[in-house]
Design a binder for this molecule. Structure first.
Ligand SMILES: [Mg+2]
Length: 251
């Protein structure tokens, strides 16, 4: 058995804005809240999915999407699914895996005070910078706070990121960390995420997999990519852009 654990947004599909003008042969992959096509697979992304399907590869999405956002993905995923940045593992029948839920809720109970502290600490500053603050829940428990700026203003998002980084250090809240991308900054558990969910699935449900592939575009995907046998990443994604810019000495 071969299992492909794969991020979704900007790995298997992306919005039209991120595609070259006049890109052809696109296949709709998600819809927006009004049911209109929103993200698309390129011919190469469609070919990869078709290849996986034809060769019997089990494809397991590993995404930050919550269940509502996952429901707007129109690609046919039929196996296990990892949602909410790893906090939710769905079985093939669509119900939450109870063993994983139990572990997650126990871990979140330990982090509840720090997460609430981070959220309150930055609320006024977020409003000042015109950023929207959202508390995300999994299994009914707060696990992540996200700040978004409507125009994705990098300077304002960075100011909030720095405020959070300073607070985490000052309070020694090592169980949380910050992830940032183009239009948002989030605080979420450091030791419970996509990587731990992928390890859990490998151990509990795919112990006999001959090969596990990991597909992702972002730095936040790296831990789960490191939990698989082989990693694939798109050019010009956050991950390869960072590696390209690193100019590390060759040893
Ligand atoms: Mg992605």
């Amino acid at each position: 058995m071969i299992v492909a654990f794969t991020d979704l947004d900007d790995t298997l599909f992306q919005t039209r804005r991120k595609l070259p003008a006049g890109a052809a042969g696109l296949t709709p992959a998600t819809v927006d809240r009004d049911g209109q096509p929103h993200s698309f697979c390129t011919p190469a992304q469609s070919a990869l999915l078709a290849h996986f399907a034809a060769s019997g590869v089990t494809v397991v999405p590993v995404t930050g999407r919550d269940p509502a956002a996952m429901a707007r993905v129109t690609l046919p995923f039929t196996s296990w699914r990892v949602l909410d940045h790893g906090l939710t593992v769905l079985r093939p029948d669509g119900t939450a895996d109870p063993g994983w839920r139990e572990q997650v809720l126990a871990h979140l109970a330990e982090l509840a005070e720090a997460l609430a502290g981070c959220t309150e600490h930055v609320a006024a500053l977020a409003a000042e910078h015109g950023c929207r603050l959202t508390r995300h829940r999994a299994h009914g428990a707060h696990f992540m706070t996200v700040l978004k700026h409507p125009q994705a203003d990098a300077a304002r998002l960075e100011a909030l990121q720095l405020a959070w980084e300073a607070l985490l250090e000052e309070r020694a809240w090592a169980g949380l960390h910050i992830i940032a991308n183009a239009n948002n900054v989030s605080v979420l558990p450091r030791h419970l995420g996509k990587a731990e969910a992928v390890r859990y699935l490998r151990e509990q449900h795919f112990p006999d997999a001959a090969l596990t592939l990991a597909l992702g575009d972002s730095l936040s995907d790296v831990p789960f990519m490191n939990a698989c046998d082989l990693a694939l990443t798109p050019p010009a994604g956050q991950l390869l852009r960072t590696v390209t810019a690193a100019r590390l000495p060759q040893r």
